[in-house]
Design a protein around this ligand. Structure first.
Ligand SMILES: [Zn+2]
Length: 70
């Protein structure tokens, strides 16, 4: 199995809007779906060719549980 060798990604919370790049505001494309794993995360890549920012998109509730809020 190939290992996922990427730098730790910045993480952003999901909302009800389509995910947009936090840097340039362009639409992003979901390039990986780990939603059904423990990570509960999507990897998003910015569609702007000059930007190509990649980040994590995580579900809000997951964070709240992680932080012990709920
Ligand atoms: Zn971007």
């Amino acid at each position: 199995m190939r290992q996922f060798k990427i730098k730790p990604l910045e993480t952003f919370l999901m909302n009800d809007q389509p995910f947009t790049c936090p840097h340039c505001g362009s639409r992003c494309e979901q390039i990986a779906d780990f939603y059904h794993t423990n990570a509960k995360t999507f990897i998003q890549e910015c569609l702007n060719k000059k930007c190509k920012f990649i980040c994590n998109e995580e579900e809000d509730e997951y964070f709240l549980k992680l932080w012990g809020v709920i």
